[in-house]
Design a binder for this molecule. Structure first.
Ligand code: GGG
Length: 362
């Protein structure tokens, strides 16, 4: 992996709640991060920003201020909630105007999305035992199918035509696949690649070719590949097969919602948008979006955001504090008395968040 500079004594965190349930889960994530910092003697400073939200867009006509890059690059990490409020701004405008800018300008080319079946999840939601499902989706985060290259012509006629290009560069593919191989080496020694080279006849065969080329550097890793359609089926039927799954931007996005759904709810899933060199801040968020359907009701599951806080502390060089947060999540869920509605309970976001923060211990 690229070498990261030594971590500073005081970590500066930029907090961006964003939209919808992002504003409800971010305070709960921070509650656990601050509690873990207190227990483990970690010094944190945070500053909250109102941009990258639809409210900001309504006031300024843009998602971000002109100087966002200079402002945010001074932080050690970004703690992000969710973006999107389609009743006011089309989703592609809010996403491309905020999160995608962060990922690209800060070269957060790794999107790390762990999937783990947590204890205490009701059986009908996830018909497996903890330990059966434990893998990581490594999503390419700066190119691929997320591209703004294309266009539309003959608008409003029966010849209306739209075209959008997928972009894969050798640097972009090699660095994410190499990251995934190294992660597989530190975990179970098994890498799965998501492809669709039978139907997508230029970029996906190239992806497969680069995976095969890099595999030669890792003779100890077992590599398999599946077309995305059957891979999705295997996620549902055999989630225990997987250890590290590497995928392009779009396939990784889909798989990293499907994986946690197989563990009962996507409400628990975290996401680390990592700049492995440390030249720029990395960004930590839940996998879920702003969920306008439940926003404002105080019932969102805060675990995805809390677990994202654990990933952030790990990235900042505090693995014990990170592990203590995940252990607290597991303890509280295992008790079974506090669950948000997505987990079949009636607890509020704040009740579950408070209980988890209080359960963090050395
Ligand atoms: N917390 C993540 C979030 O707000 N996601 C909104 C979304 O649509 N994300 C798409 C993506 O991650 O590419």
């Amino acid at each position: 992996q690229p070498t990261r500079p030594a971590q500073p004594a005081v970590h500066r965190i930029a907090v961006i709640p964003g939209d919808g349930i992002g504003r409800e889960v971010v305070p709960e994530g921070l509650r656990s991060v601050r509690r873990a910092a207190e227990i483990f003697g970690i010094e944190l400073e945070s500053e909250q920003f109102d941009f990258a939200s639809v409210d900001y867009w309504q006031q300024h006509g843009t998602m971000l201020p002109d100087d966002w890059f200079e402002v945010l690059r001074g932080f050690d990490a970004i703690f992000f909630g969710a973006v999107g409020w389609p009743a006011v701004v089309p989703d592609h405008v809010s996403l491309w105007g905020s999160l995608i800018q962060f990922r690209r300008r800060f070269d957060q080319y790794v999107n790390l999305r762990p999937v783990r079946l947590l204890p205490g999840v009701p059986a009908p939601l996830a018909d497996r035992a903890p330990g059966d499902i434990d893998f990581v989706v490594v999503r390419e985060n700066t190119e691929g199918e997320y591209s703004s290259i294309g266009g539309r012509i003959f608008d409003g006629t029966d010849r209306e035509t739209v075209v959008q290009e997928t972009v894969m560069t050798r640097t972009g593919v090699d660095r994410i696949v190499d990251f995934a191989f190294q992660l597989a080496q530190r975990r179970g020694g098994h890498l799965t690649s998501a492809t669709k080279s039978n139907g997508i006849s230029i970029t996906m065969p190239y992806w497969d070719e680069r995976v095969a080329a890099l595999a030669e550097n890792y003779p100890d890793i077992t590599v398999d590949k599946f077309h995305i359609d059957i891979l999705a089926a295997h996620f549902v039927l055999h989630p225990d097969w997987f250890d590290v799954v590497v995928a392009s931007n779009l396939f990784g996005d889909i798989l990293s919602d499907l994986g946690p759904a197989c563990t009962g709810t996507i409400g628990v899933a975290p996401s680390g948008n990592i700049n492995p060199t440390g030249e720029f801040p990395s960004l930590f968020e839940p996998v879920h979006g702003s969920a306008p359907d439940i926003a404002g009701r105080g019932i969102a599951n805060p675990i995805g955001q809390i677990w994202a806080g654990s990933l952030m502390l790990d990235h900042l060089g505090h693995p014990e504090a990170a592990a203590a947060i995940v252990a607290a999540v597991e303890r509280v869920l295992d008790r079974g008395d506090l669950r948000t509605p997505d987990l079949g309970g009636t607890a509020s976001c704040e009740e579950l968040g408070t209980a988890i923060a209080e359960a963090i211990a050395k």
